[in-house]
Design a protein around this ligand. Structure first.
Ligand SMILES: Cc1cc2nc3c(=O)[nH]c(=O)nc-3n(C[C@H](O)[C@H](O)[C@H](O)COP(=O)(O)OP(=O)(O)OC[C@H]3O[C@@H](n4cnc5c(N)ncnc54)[C@H](O)[C@@H]3O)c2cc1C
Length: 415
């Protein structure tokens, strides 16, 4: 049996970041993953600015190594397409100037396959003196004892820890069985992803594309550019809508690529690489208790995905970091009680609460295609509005404007 202060279940972005921060705090931890890295994770592969910011806070050298990695493309913005096909491109910097070389040097987002990104993080773990990583170990038993948790794979691999950080992703059994959080279709999204090579008409500055096609609402279709002429292509839709409409997302994707008047041209010479894969997205559209006696939930295991954008990597990393900081405090105070660890929930609320609530409100806009069309039409013509939207990627306060009627009136008069 291995004895440690903290055991982290899952070495995806949430678990790996928690371990990197614990290493920084000089707290010994064990990380266990059922997979052997590199491994695939079904995802859109889009990394927002939160990823680099989080790594910079832990160790700027890691952020620098990510910046220099060749397995990603730098992305400078998002292109939205309204149900009426009107396009609106928004740069990640409010003052983004495509002709300015300095701006082009400072990309805010990346797109890279999770195969590479998660492996990068695991390689970073291997540099850490306070982290012991075990791959290929599937934890199936969690036993709360008076002095800690005993976890095991049922085949003789056992870890005893004062504290558990659960980072096992969307299907983490602990979340349901111990934390008592059940999947609710109105707070859960179904997603599928395919890799294509040779998609035409990609944005010259690698903007990621979100298409709100009329026949797919409330779902959306995305195309994200990858290195080597590949693209991540997928669909996301609230599980409630999938069940209600008996939607087969894989069939929808193939139908769009082969029959949609715009996309059949763009995919004319494109080839599907491998198979189309699906996975769940547990959304943060409902506040939940994420800690209890001797445990904290991070990332997808804690339902922290942004309900509007589907972004979960940055939130997994951010929550992993907060859990590690709380773990260090708990060890110092020798307090692993549910009441003591509730401070983690307070931190999650402080950092992610306002943003998640706001995105939940924006998510509901998708149910009103006319409002959406109106919004994109105005935005496409008005540079001021574009700047405003660009600021939204920086500041949550500006995003609040989107949910207020006065914002739309302002748009009308600025037209
Ligand atoms: C179709 C789709 C598209 C998406 N697109 C994006 C996007 O473009 N950008 C974005 O930011 N987010 C996106 N997301 C969300 C993102 O993939 C997740 O939010 C992110 O992976 C969460 O990280 P995590 O570390 O919490 O969990 P995961 O990445 O799922 O990692 C969990 C790890 O735990 C391990 N594990 C699980 N159970 C056990 C166990 N019992 N024992 C040992 N190991 C275990 C797994 O092997 C895995 O390595 C998308 C999701 C989907 C499904």
């Amino acid at each position: 049996m291995i004895a440690t202060r903290v055991c982290i279940i899952g070495a995806g972005p949430g678990g790996a970041t928690a371990a990197l921060q614990l290493n920084r705090e000089e707290v010994d931890c064990v990380v266990v993953d059922k997979a052997v890295f590199p491994r695939d994770k079904v995802c859109g592969d889009g990394l927002s600015g939160k990823v680099l910011t989080c790594l910079q806070k832990i160790d700027p050298a890691i952020a620098e190594r990510l910046k220099g990695a060749g397995f990603k493309v730098n992305s400078w913005g998002v292109s939205f397409a309204a149900p009426n096909r009107q396009l609106l491109g928004i740069g990640y910097r409010p003052d983004f100037d495509a002709d300015n070389a300095a701006h082009r040097q400072t990309p805010i987002g990346y797109v890279c396959k999770r195969w590479n990104f998660d492996h990068f993080l695991v390689q970073e773990l291997k540099r850490c003196p306070h982290v012991k990583l075990f791959e290929g170990k599937h934890i199936i038993k969690y036993e709360l004892q008076p002095d800690g948790y005993l976890v095991s794979d049922g085949k003789g691999f056992e870890v005893k820890a004062s504290l558990l950080i659960i980072a096992g992703g969307a299907h983490a059994a602990f979340t349901k069985q111990v934390a008592g959080i059940a999947m609710e279709p109105k707070h859960y999204m179904a997603g599928i992803r395919a890799y294509y090579k040779g998609v035409a008409g990609m944005h010259p500055r690698h903007f990621i594309e979100l298409h709100f096609l009329k026949n797919l609402l409330p779902g959306y279709f995305w195309i994200f550019p990858l290195p080597n002429g590949e693209a991540n292509v997928g669909i996301g839709m609230l599980s409630e809508a999938v069940h209600r409409g008996k939607v087969n997302l894989k069939k929808e994707l193939v139908h769009i690529v082969e029959n949609d008047p715009v996309f059949k041209e763009r995919f004319k010479n494109a080839t599907l690489q491998g198979t189309i894969e699906g996975y769940g997205l547990p959304l943060g559209s409902k506040k939940r208790r994420l800690s209890g006696t001797r445990f904290m939930l991070v990332g997808d295991a804690g339902y922290l995905i942004d309900p509007f954008t589907g972004e979960g990597i940055g939130n997994a990393m951010g929550s992993g970091r907060l859990a590690a900081l709380q773990a260090a405090r708990a060890i110092q105070a020798n307090d692993f009680s549910a009441a003591g660890l509730a401070k983690y929930d307070m931190e999650i609320e402080r950092v992610f609460g306002p943003e998640l609530r706001l995105s939940t409100r924006i998510q509901k806009l998708v149910n009103y295609p006319r409002l959406f069309n109106f919004f994109i039409n105005i935005g496409a013509k008005n540079k001021k509005v574009q700047e405003l939207l660009s600021c939204m990627f920086y500041e949550v306060d500006l995003r609040k404007k989107l949910t207020k009627p006065s914002f739309y009136l302002q748009l009308l008069f600025n037209k």
